[in-house]
Design a protein around this ligand. Structure first.
Ligand SMILES: Cc1cc2nc3c(=O)[nH]c(=O)nc-3n(C[C@H](O)[C@H](O)[C@H](O)COP(=O)(O)OP(=O)(O)OC[C@H]3O[C@@H](n4cnc5c(N)ncnc54)[C@H](O)[C@@H]3O)c2cc1C
Length: 421
């Protein structure tokens, strides 16, 4: 079936997931004529933005400069929540914990001190007294920050799409972009249903970014993840009012988790699960006994009352960059094209502000937000200074994953974020 539209759009947004839905909204709200194209449904569970909940936290061990963006992200989440008339942001507080000298605890603490964020530091034993669902090693330290919580990603996408439509955007689900070509002062986009032209193109295709943007090929690498929901044997301890979201660095690796919400289970996952780089169209979307066992072993040790019968297991994709910081930029050859690969397992909380940034880039080629950490040229023309190895990333099994699964270029990739202090 082919659909023909007359006229030309100001901007076409490819991929209406976490980032694309917000981009379409902020562009449409500025009065731009927007077309959003999504290959699956809206929302769907084939990409990176499904599974009921995503952590948002102000304390940021990955780099303190993310905190400035988060302040704006929170403001924008509250804005879209208000216009949607629906709760999208749930505040539970956040916990970043690990051994005293671990990058997760120390980095989080450093970001709070630098940005003057309210916080407390508790030992593992103190944490357990306050939040009895947690059973961390007694000598671990936990940074507790009250602004942390979770977003409901599918509802956020729906809210942004509804808002964009209310401002005149056209959004097409189940329409796959096959290719795009630059024109003098614009772009032409070919889909499985039609051909469209616009002045600007924004590519927010998540795990498929590397297929649609030549310069991202091999730099934005999808990786299979698995999440578990287990029925708590003591449900009270896993309710949002008693159970802050967490990031934990323990002997088994780095894990994250949530109170019970949506599904009758305590949800958690391991960052970089089995370190399996994948082709997003051929990924194994089943979860297996060995996936479940890895996750249950963690819960049995650190959340023994959260470890009842399995309620659900789901797969999802991270899209990792070599240094695990986002890539957000204008195409080096075509100034009318911009792209965002803001995942590496921690991007959703920024979708609101990244939508604003992408709208800025499409609108003017510039943004008032500091995106220097995310520019493409840090990866293409890296500075001669080697990565700071004085704080080696903690990994569960000590091995790096450098596979590129069919990607044409081979970039060295660290298996976890490198901190900058
Ligand atoms: C298991 C898991 C847990 C996570 N936990 C957290 C967390 O707690 N907190 C946090 O902040 N972040 C978290 N993240 C990361 C976060 O979810 C991602 O950063 C975010 O979802 C990425 O959004 P996106 O818009 O880039 O990708 P997506 O939401 O996947 O959107 C990309 C869209 O592009 C579409 N598309 C692709 N190709 C085409 C094409 N050719 N034509 C049309 N459409 C196309 C896709 O179908 C998709 O809808 C997690 C990720 C995973 C997988």
């Amino acid at each position: 079936m082919s659909v023909t539209y007359s006229g030309r759009y100001d901007t076409i947004v490819v991929g209406v997931g976490g980032m694309g839905s917000a981009t379409a909204y902020y562009l449409a709200r500025r009065g731009k004529r927007v077309l959003g194209l999504e290959r699956f449904g809206i929302p769907h569970s084939m990409g990176s933005s499904h599974g009921h909940t995503r952590i948002i936290r102000m304390a940021y061990y990955e780099h303190p400069s993310y905190v400035i963006l988060l302040q704006r992200a929170y403001e924008l989440w509250r804005g879209i929540q208000q216009s949607a008339g629906e709760r999208l942001l749930h505040t539970t507080g956040s916990i970043d914990a690990g051994p005293e000298d671990s990058w997760v605890f120390k980095g989080s603490w450093e970001s709070c001190r630098l940005h003057d964020l309210p916080h407390e530091v508790l030992t593992g034993s103190e944490l357990q007294r306050r939040y009895p669902g947690y059973h961390l090693p007694k000598d671990h330290l936990a940074l507790v920050q009250p602004d942390g919580g979770f977003l409901t990603p599918e509802n956020c996408i729906i809210s942004y799409v509804r808002g964009a439509q209310a401002h005149g955007a056209e959004i097409h689900g189940r329409e796959q972009v096959l290719e795009w070509e630059p024109l003098e002062g614009g772009v032409r986009v070919h889909t499985n249903r039609g051909v469209y032209e616009a002045d600007k193109l924004v590519i927010t295709a998540g795990a498929w970014d590397g297929e649609l943007v030549d310069v991202l090929d091999g730099l934005a690498v999808p990786e299979r993840q698995v999440l578990a929901w287990l029925q708590p044997t003591n449900p009270e301890r896993f309710q949002p009012e008693n159970f802050p979201v967490f990031n934990l660095l323990v002997d088994e690796g780095r894990f994250y988790g949530f109170p019970v919400h949506g599904v009758p289970g305590f949800k958690f996952g391991k960052y970089h699960h089995l370190q399996e780089d994948v082709d997003p169209d051929a990924m194994d979307r089943e979860s297996h006994d060995y996936d479940e066992q890895l996750l249950r072993d963690f819960a049995e040790r650190y959340f023994p009352e959260g470890c009842g019968p399995t309620m659900d297991l789901q797969t999802c994709m991270f899209t990792n960059t070599p240094d695990n910081h986002f890539i957000i930029d204008v195409h080096p050859e075509y100034e009318q094209v911009s792209f965002a690969s803001p995942c590496s397992g921690h991007g959703y909380k920024f979708a609101s502000v990244i939508g604003e940034i992408m709208a800025d880039l499409a609108d003017t080629g510039m943004t008032r937000h500091d995106i220097s950490l995310f520019r493409l040229d840090r990866l293409i023309n890296p500075p001669s200074r080697p990565l700071d190895q004085s704080h080696p990333p903690a990994t569960s099994n000590g091995h790096d994953s450098n596979g590129t699964n069919g990607h044409s270029r081979d970039f060295p990739r660290v298996s976890d974020i490198q901190t900058f202090w």
